[in-house]
Design a protein around this ligand. Structure first.
Ligand SMILES: Nc1nc2c(ncn2[C@@H]2O[C@H](COP(=O)(O)OP(=O)(O)O)[C@@H](O)[C@H]2O)c(=O)[nH]1
Ligand SMILES: [Mg+2]
Ligand SMILES: [Zn+2]
Length: 346
């Protein structure tokens, strides 16, 4: 029943064309993909062709949430042959000399920015993660956690909502159950929600709460009709009744991959102001007719938010310059088309 987690009929054509099976990657571990197929979970290495593509462009490597074509060989070895074109991809900048970003997960419909209300004020963290979420091509949502630990949760949520234009903010607590129904409703049959955020903010607790007892720790699954059992720890977790959540690894420092697009969406209020500055190359410092300065002076744009935008913009521009200085990838994995969320690499 892969339809529960988003399998669509057009994927059957990929499988038929390749005379192989289509499945969804639940987890990747040292070059082995754990793939959920109609016949249960399996572990597959990568085909030679796929490895060659990945060598050219690591962004095309199978990642959690990918739909892939898997083939079983006569000797029962199984290989991932192809990564299907992605509908969305959460990409963060990688440190060092690499010219590519790190794909955290693929094909989420919703990217939930998970930030705890306790112990720090969450607003600027939310802004940074929302830029990343908008860049993914999926719909962002903010999930505030641990409401039970603060007295002023409602007010903080209002501050966050003001910093998250066009984005739903859901306040939750796995201790009291607050907001979990709403979160469950946001992940209906066939849809996938990816949770992103730093570790310790309650992502795994949310996954467990949504999935019930099913995913606590490891789980034994009947892999096929022959009674073999496989114990798997998943990152993509199918929910009872349909839908799936992806628990991404905790992000400590989230480097923006250098796309201005996500930032423009996350700060759509400021983006609108920029269009009203008299000069197109306005630096928003001292030029006459600067709409940003005017909004700051009038108290319509909080200084904190402006500074947050300014910092993230500088960071994204630095990343873009670094990337331009590097060789470009020649080709993507997945064969056809480019992946949303990676437009900034092309
Ligand atoms: N009081 C309270 N603690 C929570 C809540 N959610 C998570 N925690 C605790 O926060 C810690 C980190 O949670 P975890 O789910 O592992 O965070 P992750 O690293 O983002 O996956 C754990 O000790 C949880 O028990 C909540 O809603 N209320
Ligand atoms: Mg966790
Ligand atoms: Zn200006």
């Amino acid at each position: 029943m892969l339809e529960k987690i988003g399998y669509s009929p057009e994927m059957a054509r990929w499988a038929a064309a390749a005379d192989a099976e289509v499945g969804r990657v639940v987890r990747v571990d040292r070059g082995l993909a754990e793939v959920l197929t109609e016949h249960g979970p399996l572990r597959a290495g990568y085909s030679g062709d796929l490895l060659a593509e990945v060598a050219l462009d690591p962004v095309g490597a199978p990642t959690t949430g990918d739909w892939v074509v898997v083939r079983e060989w006569p000797d029962h070895r199984q290989t991932v042959e192809q990564v299907l074109p992605r509908n969305s991809a959460v990409v963060r900048a990688t440190a060092g000399r690499q010219s590519h970003g790190q794909v955290l997960c693929a094909n989420a419909d919703l990217v939930a920015v998970v930030v705890a209300l306790h112990p720090d004020p969450p607003v600027s963290r939310v802004e940074r993660l929302l830029s990343l979420a908008w860049d993914s091509g999926a719909t962002p949502v903010v999930v505030l956690t641990k409401t039970d630990l603060v007295a002023d949760a409602v007010f903080v949520a209002e501050d966050v909502a003001a910093a998250a234009p066009e984005v739903e903010v859901v306040s939750t607590s796995t201790a009291t159950g607050e907001g979990l129904d709403r979160l469950r409703a946001l992940t209906p049959f066939g849809r996938t929600t990816a949770l992103v955020g730093a570790s310790g903010h309650g992502k795994s607790s949310l996954v467990n709460a949504l999935a019930g007892a099913e995913v606590l720790g490891t789980r034994t699954i009947r892999a096929d009709g022959r009674g073999r059992h496989t114990t798997v720890r998943r990152e993509l977790v199918p929910l009872p009744g349909g839908g799936a959540v992806i628990d991404t690894p905790g992000l400590r420092g989230v480097g923006l991959p250098g796309s201005i697009d996500g930032l423009a969406r996350a700060f759509s209020d400021i983006t609108r102001l920029l269009e009203q500055c008299r000069y197109r190359n306005c630096s928003h410092r001292s030029e006459p007719g600067c709409a940003v300065r005017a909004a700051l002076a009038a108290g319509l744009l909080p200084v904190r938010r402006y500074e947050s935008w300014d910092e993230l913009r500088s960071e994204a521009e630095r990343a873009a310059r670094r990337r331009e200085a590097r060789p470009r990838p020649v080709k993507y994995g997945g064969g056809s088309g480019r992946h949303p969320g990676e437009a900034q690499w092309s």
